[in-house]
Design a protein around this ligand. Structure first.
Ligand code: TRP
Length: 334
């Protein structure tokens, strides 16, 4: 995972939006990676609530969704003793940092962002917050001196922009920010929709196409058994078998076994028994996660305490660089 250019004890940062129910796709490309990264350096994971309010959302449920996601992050294995898990809006430096970095963000670059164009088209009201989403994301990352950003493939353009923003700030005002590197998931980066394996499994998928991390076990099994498959009967990872390939990806992610090994074990069992094996593996993975989630979510005082500690640690790690940025930009100190 670490490359020769990565420092020995890297700073790692990622952010996850609290809105939208989390799916097996989020687990594969996100949660399962975070757990590995917390072993590799100083890891920060922010529930990025300020990013959630860039598009239409429900203010009555935002706070609860923020707690839900925090509980899920701990339930999937983030350890508060190792990783700093916090809520973005609790650390005021993120909003301030975004304001400062706006001075070195090119309007033309923001206009070119694919996500802005796509999401902008989906919204009745296109906010300035949606337009400057990448600047806030750059602040998230840069304030911590982040070396590595574990992130989905769809966020490449935003990460590149964060690198440009850091570089521009450094050349204009003096070396202040580390230029971060993205780390993109390999296997299972793209868990596909069970009903339409040519598109990504996402919160917008139809009910039968997506496995939510909190779906009850019987619902999970039913959905996997009803997944579309392909013609033939051999379990093989091939472009003309997108349904079976997706189920192999899922099995690989949840069991940590390589796809060739899985092909060797399941080639001739037939689609039906193969699906049963996939369903059982997913349920085996998620049952204990769900149990921990419900326990954590049921003790809101404890959850808030964990998040308060996380916010303190995050503030301590980021204020220095924020102060330096104000100084380098020439502001009068208060
Ligand atoms: N934009 C990211 C996403 O949609 C979420 C995010 C916000 C993030 N700030 C970040 C990811 C900082 C990594 C680092 O997935």
């Amino acid at each position: 995972m670490t490359t020769s250019t990565t420092p020995a004890n890297p700073t790692i940062f990622s952010g996850i939006k609290p809105t939208g129910e989390k799916t097996l796709g989020n687990y594969a490309g996100g949660f399962s990676q975070y757990v590995r990264y917390q072993e590799e350096g100083q890891a920060f994971f922010a529930v990025v609530d300020l990013h959630s309010v860039t598009v239409a959302y429900d203010p009555r449920t935002l706070a609860a969704q923020t707690l839900d996601l925090a509980a899920l992050l701990f339930a999937t294995g983030l350890d508060p003793a190792r990783a700093t898990v916090f809520v973005q809006s609790h650390v005021k430096g993120h909003a301030e940092g975004a304001r400062l970095l706006a001075s070195v963000t090119a309007y033309g670059d923001l206009k070119r962002m694919h996500q802005f164009k796509e999401k902008g088209e989906e919204q009745d009201f296109v906010s300035l917050a949606l337009f400057d989403y990448p600047t806030l994301m750059a602040a998230d990352i840069l304030l911590y001196g982040t070396d590595l950003v574990p992130i989905g493939d769809d966020q490449r353009q935003h990460l590149e922009l964060a690198r440009d923003i850091a570089t521009r700030f450094n050349s204009r005002f003096g070396a202040t920010f580390t230029v971060p590197e993205g780390r993109y998931p390999e296997v299972g980066a793209r868990v596909m929709d069970l009903q339409d394996p040519t598109r990504k499994m996402g919160t917008t998928s139809a009910e039968g196409g997506t496995i939510r991390l909190l779906d009850p076990p019987d619902v999970i099994s039913k959905k996997i058994k009803a997944a579309v498959t392909d013609s033939g009967r051999e379990v093989r990872y091939a472009p003309d078998k997108p349904g079976i390939a997706n189920l192999l990806e899922i099995l690989a992610v949840v069991t940590g076994t390589s796809i060739p090994e899985l092909e060797a074990s399941y080639a001739d069992v037939g689609y039906g028994p193969f699906k049963v094996a996939v369903a059982d593996a997913v349920v085996t993975l998620l049952e204990p996660v769900q149990a921990r989630y419900h326990e954590l979510r049921g003790d809101e005082a404890e959850l808030r305490r964990l998040l308060a500690t996380g916010a303190e640690k995050a503030a301590a790690a980021s204020t220095g660089r924020l102060t330096t940025a104000y100084e380098r930009m020439g502001f009068l100190a208060p």
